[in-house]
Design a protein around this ligand. Structure first.
Ligand SMILES: Cc1ncc(C[n+]2csc(CCOP(=O)(O)OP(=O)(O)O)c2C)c(N)n1
Ligand SMILES: [Mg+2]
Length: 555
């Protein structure tokens, strides 16, 4: 547990009497936080009172369930790249938010949770206080890399600063600060100016850059793989791809780093073919999970890793070279080392032909494709698409053209059903300037559809398309195809989604074809003062899995 130094300064203009809650809110404001996604309760009453007093600088977006609060913060972090904050009560409040915290961890999203606690002196004694949970700090420490308890007003600003620093250091990710019910309201003389700690940056290893540049320059069939860690390095990845005429593979987290209109931009199935041919792979901010676990590796393939997390490159197998730090400056140095002498013949014709061939194979997913085309036709270039664990989502990862970074939000390796609506709501709240489109199946949507109430209350203009097949369709199709049609626990009884949404005060309509969906989306994106739901009844859709889980190509 981190301890801040006690303030020993006498009362001057630079100091003021503040409660722990007031000092925490002031520190958050110093760090540029202007919104707290939250669900209140007695443990955090002093904190909410401090938020009330800071209303000129801080908005509170209260949700209808703690998972909603956490997913909204997560979506806002993904859409902006900036730290976002949520607050919940201890015990059940924390656990209700835990799936979102887990997802933020898996996606390296800078989400700070402020979690209440039982009275300080009772922690660990098992007396049965309201919302008590055994070893809350221990549970939290398993979920995130940085956590601490604020135990006095004088600790608040420093712990906020340390949490903010930790969330942006090396591999970014979530952090948690706890505070006990009787500590939030305690006051003391504290410095008015809250500290902001610098984010330490890895020194760039020039020798390693030169070595990597040499390998890339000599590569005959280089392939770049972009992950979530490449989202802030789109210009550099694009330039390097041009220089090397190297295709850029992205699947979930790296979509939009290289514009899909570039014929060098590929998704999984063509990426796998290229992985099989490559002599050098450059992984940028990616775990290279599919390459290492499914497609195979052999001594003819040299892997170069760029990663903010120094432990990451070695996890599957030692790479030929590892460059540790932020992708953007590292790629800039690589480009500088390559640029002067490097020219390659264009691969445009070859890639266009291969893209067209792969596209023909992907026509197997024609029903999904038709809906994705309707979506792409209406969603502006900088509009944000929020993926779900549903048939349209799986197809979107392979087939939806994405033009810009941070415009395709996909849940990463957790692939947790139900994340979508609330995450999209946070993205739309943080980016009111662009339309955000959430998609979901009938199964996933009802996980957080209660947050339509939040969208209406806070006038968040999110659009959602619910593809309703009356089933946990993905599970059901597996049972039919691989388990002798023994269908169990995958059929669903649904509300009338249109009437359901309208009952909250949202706009809603039904679209029965891709053409009707397009027209409905046009109407939805024009509406900027509240949410819209579009229900699309669909039959069972063709399986995408042959394009996702594919056999080994080398090794
Ligand atoms: C948190 C979580 N629980 C369960 C699953 C397993 N799962 C994956 S897809 C799916 C069914 C999805 O149903 P729906 O949202 O209706 O989409 P559909 O496949 O019908 O398009 C389930 C239960 C999961 N991925 N995540
Ligand atoms: Mg379904």
């Amino acid at each position: 547990m981190a301890k801040a130094k006690q303030a020993q300064t006498p009362s001057t203009d630079a100091n003021a009497h503040m409660t722990t809650a007031e000092a925490t809110v002031a520190a958050l404001i110093t760090h540029g936080v202007d919104t707290i996604y939250a669900l209140p309760g007695v443990h955090n009453d002093f904190f909410f009172d401090a938020l009330f007093k800071a209303a000129d600088h801080m908005r509170v977006v209260h949700t209808r369930h703690e998972q909603g609060a956490a997913y909204l913060a997560h979506g806002a972090a993904l859409a902006t790249g900036k730290p976002q904050v949520y607050s919940v009560v201890p015990g059940p409040g924390l656990l209700n938010s835990a799936a979102a915290l887990l997802t933020a961890y898996g996606m390296n999203a800078p989400v700070l949770a402020l979690v209440g606690q039982i009275p300080q002196s009772a922690i660990g004694r098992g007396l049965g206080h309201l919302h008590e949970i055994r070893d809350q700090a221990g549970i939290i420490a398993r979920l995130v890399d940085f956590s601490a308890r604020i135990c006095a007003p004088t600790e608040a600003a420093e712990l906020v600063a340390r949490a903010m620093q930790a969330m942006r250091t090396a591999r970014p990710g979530p952090a948690v600060l706890e505070c006990a019910i009787d500590v939030w309201g305690r006051s003391a003389l504290v410095p008015v100016a809250a500290p902001v700690l610098p984010v330490p940056r890895e020194a760039i290893d020039k020798d390693a850059i030169r070595d990597a540049a040499k390998r890339l320059a000599a590569a005959k069939r280089p392939l770049i793989v972009a992950g979530g860690g490449a989202q802030d390095a789109a210009a550099e990845v694009t330039q390097l791809s041009q220089l090397l005429q190297a295709p850029v593979l992205a699947y979930r987290r790296g979509r939009g780093v290289l514009d899909s209109r570039d014929p060098l931009s590929v998704t999984l199935p063509l990426g796998r073919e290229l992985w099989g041919e490559a002599d050098v792979v450059l992984g940028v901010g990616t775990r290279l999970f599919y390459g290492y676990t499914q497609w195979g590796i052999d001594p003819d393939l040299a892997v170069i890793r760029i990663d903010a997390d120094a432990d990451e490159p070695e996890r599957f197998a030692p790479p030929a070279a590892a460059l540790i730090g932020d992708a953007k400056p590292i790629l800039r140095h690589l480009i500088d080392a390559l640029a002067t002498e490097h020219r390659r013949p264009s691969r445009r014709a070859e890639m266009e032909e291969r893209q067209a061939k792969m596209r023909q194979r992907l026509e197997k997913l024609a029903p999904q494709l038709a809906f994705l085309e309707a979506i792409r036709a209406e969603l502006p270039e900088d509009g944000i698409f929020v993926d779900e664990v549903t048939q349209l989502g799986f197809a979107a990862r392979l087939l939806l053209p994405v033009y810009k970074p941070r415009t395709f939000l996909s849940p990463g390796y957790q692939d947790n059903l139900g994340w979508g609506y609330a995450t999209a709501l946070g993205a739309q709240h943080a980016r009111r300037d662009v339309p955000v489109l959430s998609i979901a199946g009938d199964g996933g949507f009802l996980f957080t559809s209660n947050e339509i109430a939040t969208a209406v209350h806070h006038r968040i203009p999110l659009s959602i398309v619910v593809f309703n097949d009356g089933a946990f369709g993905n599970v059901r199709r597996t049972q039919e195809e691989q388990f002798g049609n023994r269908v169990i626990a995958s059929d669903l009884t649904n509300p009338d989604f249109v009437r359901y949404a309208r009952s909250f005060g949202a706009e809603a309509e039904r679209a029965r074809s891709p053409q009707e969906l397009r027209a409905a989306l046009k109407r939805a994106f024009k509406r900027r003062d509240g949410p819209t739901l579009i229900e699309v009844p669909v039959p069972q859709m063709p399986s995408p899995w042959e394009f996702i889980h594919m056999p080994r190509v080398r090794g």
